[in-house]
Ligand binder design. Structure first.
Ligand SMILES: [Zn+2]
Length: 423
C-alpha cells in the first residue's frame, strides 16, 4: 500500500489513480453477499464436504462473519476425510494469534492454514488409522478468498467477465514435475504399477505406499514425504464479485476448469452445482465420488443471479491477476473497464515448513507453531535449526516447534534416519 501512495504523484499518475480510486470504492463498499450450493454423486462414499457461513472472527460480532467451504476426498477408507472435516477448521483458527484486526487476521491466515493442516495430519496419524484424504479448504471473508489445498480437489475462480483461473495446484505425481522431484529428493520412488510380465499400468505413483498424490492428510502407511503442507493462495476479487467452483477429482477427471465454469454460467449456485455434476456424469459416467460446491460472491447491490455467459475474452486472461509488488498499471489501465481485476495477495506452495512458517519476530516463544502446545522456556526448537537452504534463516529465531513437531518436520523432508515408517 505504501508504495502505491508513494507513486501517486509520479508519471504513472493516471492509471494508478484509477486503480486506487477503484480500490477505495470497493473498500467503502459493503460486504458482498455469499450464495452457495452443493451437489454430489457417491460411488465409494469417501467424499465429504463442509459449508459453514456463520463463522465469526470476533465471537459475538456479526460484522466479523466469514464463510468456510471445503471438500475432502478420502482414499483407503473415509476416516481421514471425516476427521479432517471435523477438526481442520478449529486447528486453523487456533493457530491465528489472538486479538488481530481484520487485515492482520487475513494476513495471518496463510501461516495458520499451514499449521492447521500439519496439526490435523499429525493428530489423525496418531490414531493409528490408515486412510488419507485430500483437503481443499476455502475461507471467504468479504471480497478476499483464501484457499489452501493438498491433493487434487481443485478450486477454480470464474471472475465476472468470464476469465477462469485455478486457485489450487494439483498434487498429482503424474502431472506435477516439481512434486515428483521433491518426493524423489526426499527418498521416495516414483513409478507405475507393474503387473505380471513387467508391463507398467496406471498413473505415476509414489513408493512405498503406491499413492498417486504427493500431498495429503493422513496416510500413515505411505512414505513421510507425502506431506500435508498445503499450497495456499489468497486473492481479492474486484467489486464485481465472482464464482468459486470447488470439486473433487470426479469432476476434474471429466471436465476442464473452463468447461466446468462454462457449463453453469447464469444459473444460481444451487442449480449450478447440480449442473456441473450432471455435466461430468454425462461426459464420463459415475466412475468416482463426484462432489461440487459452487459459491457466488455477489456485490451487495446486485439483486439478480450471475450475469449471462460473456463474450470470448481469452485475450484478457493473462491480465486477470495483478501482483501487488509488480504493478503493470500502464498496460492494465486500458483494460480496466473491460475486465474485472483480481488482486493476488499471497501465493506459496513450498513443502518446506521453514519457508512456510517464516521467521517473524512476532512468533511466540512458548507455544509450538504447529500444534500450539505450550513449550517450556528451553524446550522449543527453532523451525530454522539445522537448515541450510536460506541465507536469512537463523537457528535462534522463531517460530519454535515442540520436539514432536520437529521430528515430523524432519521426517517430511526426508531427514529422519529411518527414512520411511514401516507399518
Ligand atoms: Zn508441536
Amino acid at each position: 500500500m505504501a508504495e502505491r501512495k508513494g507513486n501517486r504523484n509520479g508519471h504513472d499518475l493516471v492509471p494508478l489513480a484509477a486503480l486506487i480510486s477503484r480500490e477505495m470504492k470497493s473498500e467503502k463498499m459493503e460486504k458482498p453477499s455469499v450464495r452457495y450450493g452443493c451437489a454430489a454423486q457417491s460411488k465409494k462414499g469417501e467424499d465429504y464436504f463442509l459449508m459453514k457461513t456463520a463463522c465469526q472472527r470476533v465471537p459475538g460480532n456479526p460484522s466479523s462473519t466469514f464463510s468456510v467451504f471445503a471438500i475432502f476426498d478420502g482414499h483407503n477408507g473415509n476416516a481421514a476425510a471425516i476427521y479432517t472435516r471435523e477438526n481442520l477448521l478449529s486447528h486453523v483458527l487456533s493457530a491465528v494469534p489472538r486479538g488481530l484486526g481484520r487485515d492482520e487476521w487475513l494476513q495471518a491466515l496463510p501461516r495458520a492454514l499451514v499449521a492447521g493442516f500439519v496439526k490435523t495430519d499429525k493428530e489423525f496419524q496418531s490414531r493409528g488409522e490408515t486412510s488419507g484424504t485430500t483437503a481443499t479448504f476455502v475461507i471467504v471473508d468479504g471480497w478476499t478468498v483464501t484457499v489452501a489445498s493438498v491433493g487434487d480437489s481443485r478450486c477454480i475462480l470464474d471472475a465476472q467477465g468470464g476469465a477462469v483461473s485455478t486457485l489450487t495446484v494439483d498434487h498429482r505425481l503424474e502431472e506435477n514435475v516439481e512434486e515428483r522431484e521433491r518426493v524423489t529428493a526426499s527418498g521416495g520412488e516414483v513409478g507405475r504399477l507393474s503387473i505380471v510380465g513387467g508391463a507398467e499400468i496406471g498413473p505415476l505413483r509414489c513408493w512405498p505406499g503406491g499413492l498417486c498424490l504427493s500431498r495429503s492428510i493422513g496416510d500413515m502407511d505411505v512414505g513421510e514425504f507425502i506431506v500435508p503442507v498445503p499450497y495456499v493462495k489468497q486473492v481479492k476479487l474486484s467489486n464485481a464479485g465472482g464464482r468459486l467452483i470447488i470439486a473433487s477429482d470426479g469432476i476434474w477427471d471429466a471436465l476442464s476448469s473452463e468447461n466446468a465454469a462454462k457449463s453453469c454460467r447464469g444459473l444460481p449456485a444451487e442449480l449450478a452445482a447440480r449442473q456441473v455434476v450432471k455435466e461430468a456424469l454425462r461426459t464420463r459416467g459415475l466412475k468416482d465420488d463426484t462432489t461440487c460446491i459452487v459459491v457466488d460472491i455477489i456485490p451487495p447491490d446486485d439483486s439478480s443471479t450471475p450475469s449471462p455467459p460473456p463474450k470470448k475474452q481469452s485475450k484478457l486472461r493473462a491480465l486477470l491477476f495483478r501482483k501487488r509488488s509488480r504493478d503493470s498499471a500502464t498496460k492494465l489501465s486500458k483494460k480496466l473497464s473491460a475486465v474485472s481485476i483480481v488482486e493476488e495477495l499471497f501465493e506459496e506452495g513450498s513443502a518446506m515448513l521453514a519457508e512456510r512458517l517464516g521467521n517473524e519476530s512476532t512468533s511466540c516463544l512458548f507455544v509450538c507453531a504447529i500444534c500450539q502446545v505450550d513449550l517450556a522456556p528451553s524446550e522449543g526448537i527453532s523451525v530454522h535449526a539445522g537448515s541450510i537452504f536460506s541465507m536469512s534463516s537463523k537457528p535462534w529465531q522463531g517460530p519454535f516447534l515442540c520436539a514432536d513437531c520437529r521430528n515430523k518436520k524432519d521426517a517430511m523432508e526426508g531427514k529422519r534416519p529411518s527414512g520411511v515408517k514401516v507399518v
